[in-house]
Design a protein around this ligand. Structure first.
Ligand code: SAM
Length: 289
């Protein structure tokens, strides 16, 4: 094992991941560094004050959010130049991941400053690690556009991507997003990770339409914070191995007496992709055989 990176150097900005719900997820290294730095740049100082109270720490803080980030660069750079160690945190999870900090880190790196990650909680990684969707390749897309037309347009540009798609979503838009996913992606498998690491943590798995129906019956399922994961598109025709795998599955199902429609549903669920496309393949196999 490599020796740990030295934390002792001055003039360093530590980018510190903080819990996304469960305070026990803060690493001992993160807790120690938050107590050692001269200043914490925080997305919302009142929010981070709660975390510091929990840790029994009293450390000076400065707000750093999307509206003042560029203006903070000079100020923080001057303190690093004076040899101070600083920390950057967001309200929850890993800074810069759908959170402020990118401009600061880019500018500090451009000036040759040392920027050190202190890894820890991140909703998208936690969600993927327990969803049961392929993780060998995935595309994190942050938040979808808030308005329907923009959202559907973005989903259309992503519909042919073969890797797992990952989105962040708020409770205000989760139903609209599921409805648009149903329209654009059809029966593709969707996994919703809700309230990760918190009391009401839930994973729901099914087509977007089925998940919407579930929320109708149980409106609590639409509350809280969400990571939305969508199975990638079925492999393109030229990906012969994958097509062979899919057709073998369909053929086995048809041979067992499973109907074309149901075989297509199973293939879409197991391998991802639009049920329509699997239906066409299953029908072709049945006609041929
Ligand atoms: N930087 C954070 C991270 O590392 O995950 C993400 C910040 S982003 C502003 C907030 C979004 O992350 C939420 O709207 C939700 O989509 C997702 N998120 C954060 N905490 C979550 C949790 N406990 N469960 C599910 N999703 C969460």
């Amino acid at each position: 094992m490599e020796p740990p990176v030295s934390d002792s150097k001055s003039g360093v900005l530590y980018v510190v991941a903080t819990p996304i719900g469960n305070l026990e997820d803060l690493s001992p290294r993160a807790a120690r560094l938050l107590g050692e730095v001269a200043l914490i740049a925080a997305e919302d100082t009142r929010h981070t004050a709660g975390l510091l109270r929990h840790l029994g720490l009293s450390v000076p803080m400065l707000s750093l959010h999307e509206h003042n980030e560029a203006a903070r660069v000079e100020q923080l750079d001057a303190r690093l130049a004076a040899g101070e160690a600083l920390a950057l945190v967001s309200d929850a999870g890993t800074p810069l991941i759908s959170d402020p900090g990118f401009v600061l880190v880019r500018e500090l790196r451009a000036r040759g400053r040392r920027v050190v990650p202190v890894p820890g909680p991140c909703a998208l990684v936690a969600a993927l690690s327990a969803a049961g969707l392929p993780t060998d390749r995935f595309a994190f897309q942050g938040f979808l556009p808030a308005k329907g037309a923009g959202r559907r347009g973005r989903l259309e540009t992503l519909a042919a991507r073969e890797e797992t798609l990952v989105f962040y979503e708020s409770p205000h838009r989760i139903r609209d997003t599921l409805a648009d996913l149903a329209t654009v992606m059809g029966d593709r498998r969707v996994v919703l990770a809700r309230e990760l690491t918190k009391t009401f943590e839930t994973f729901l798995d099914g087509s977007a339409e089925a998940l919407l129906a579930r929320m109708e019956v149980d409106p609590d399922q639409a509350r809280g914070e969400f990571v939305v994961m969508v199975a990638g598109a079925p492999p393109r025709q030229e990906d012969e191995a994958a097509v062979v795998e899919g057709e073998a599955l369909l053929a086995a199902l048809l041979a067992e007496g499973v109907g074309v429609k149901q075989a297509a549903s199973v293939a879409a669920r197991v391998l991802g992709g639009a049920r329509k496309a699997w239906y066409a393949r299953a029908q072709a196999l049945k006609d041929a055989g």
